[in-house]
Design a protein around this ligand. Structure first.
Ligand SMILES: Nc1ncnc2c1ncn2[C@@H]1O[C@H](COP(=O)(O)OP(=O)(O)O)[C@@H](O)[C@H]1O
Ligand SMILES: [Mg+2]
Length: 269
């Protein structure tokens, strides 16, 4: 089966300085892949390059095939149809995805209407709002009507992240890219959002590219992992192998640190 996302020798530079070097990995349809590494290791840039959204001033080379289409060097207007429908992104801070000046219902509605247009389905307000409420319900937001009418600042961080996930789902993407989706949340909310993402991905048979600096979080959410350090891949393989018998020194140190943290929690009174 050809991969949904196929990255070959991706290098990202800023003024000649490499930030990501020679990265290759792929995500098959329905597969859940984790991208881990410490802060600054190039995770977000790799994710942004996957959908052709690198910030100005950065140059990508190599090859990124998204659903068979080349992203590196493509014109923005050729990528627009892929965003949302082939791959959608959920970011760390839901406030970056949500417009503070629009009610949550209106913004989810924009995404719903875009997809309805694409599919030739009705785009009248009643149909769209019905679907918005349905999506808010699917991400387990209580009282969807109230949330739809709320402004982003009026709901909690976890609820905002659920709304951002609902927006990402509105276009029925084949691949969901989640860039540290739980990092800004408290531990309890983090666990709930992880559970929700796992459930949604399974139910819809979506592929998942899950990005995190947090090893235990990744381990529970994916089948395979890629470990990045200083912009290069140091190790990749099935979760059980990479975490059970890490071959690279850096992965070994990540695993040891996670174990030490677990042990400290266990002996805490
Ligand atoms: N727009 C930019 N211009 C120059 N350097 C950048 C830019 N964005 C990120 N970087 C640098 O690229 C490296 C990788 O960044 P990033 O992918 O955001 O890391 P991560 O997501 O793993 O924390 C970091 O050293 C960061 O400082
Ligand atoms: Mg990042």
């Amino acid at each position: 089966m050809s991969p949904l996302l196929g990255i070959e020798s991706l290098t990202i530079q800023a003024g000649g300085k490499p930030l990501v070097s020679n990265v290759s990995f792929s995500v098959a349809p329905g597969e859940r892949l984790g991208l881990i590494g410490e802060s600054g290791s190039g995770k977000s840039l790799t994710a942004l390059a996957s959908i052709g959204l690198l910030p100005d001033g950065l140059q990508a080379s190599g090859s990124v095939l998204l659903d068979g289409r080349q992203v590196v060097g493509a014109r923005d207007r050729d990528l627009v149809p892929l965003r949302g429908t082939v791959a959608a992104v959920v970011f760390q801070e839901p406030l970056t995805a949500l417009d503070p000046l629009m009610t949550i219902g209106r913004q989810v509605g924009i995404a719903v209407r875009r997809r309805a247009k694409r599919d030739g389905h009705p785009t009248d307000s009643i149909t769209v709002m019905g679907e918005v409420l349905d999506l808010l319900d699917q991400v387990s937001l209580p009282q969807p009507q109230r949330i739809a009418e709320a402004w982003p600042h009026e709901v909690s961080g976890g609820q905002r992240q659920r709304a951002a996930i609902a927006m990402a789902l509105a276009c029925k993407p084949k691949l969901l890219i989640a860039d540290e989706p739980t990092t800004a949340l408290d531990v309890t909310t983090q666990a709930e959002i992880l559970k929700l993402l796992g459930q949604l991905v399974r139910e819809r048979n979506m592929a998942l590219l899950f990005i995190s600096h947090d090893l235990p979080v990744v381990a529970g959410a994916v089948d395979r992992v890629v470990v990045l350090r200083h912009g290069s891949i140091v190790e990749q393989g099935p979760v059980a192998t990479v975490f059970g018998q890490p071959s690279h020194e850096y992965t070994q140190s990540l695993v040891a640190a996670a174990r030490a943290f677990d042990d400290a929690l266990e002996i805490a009174p």
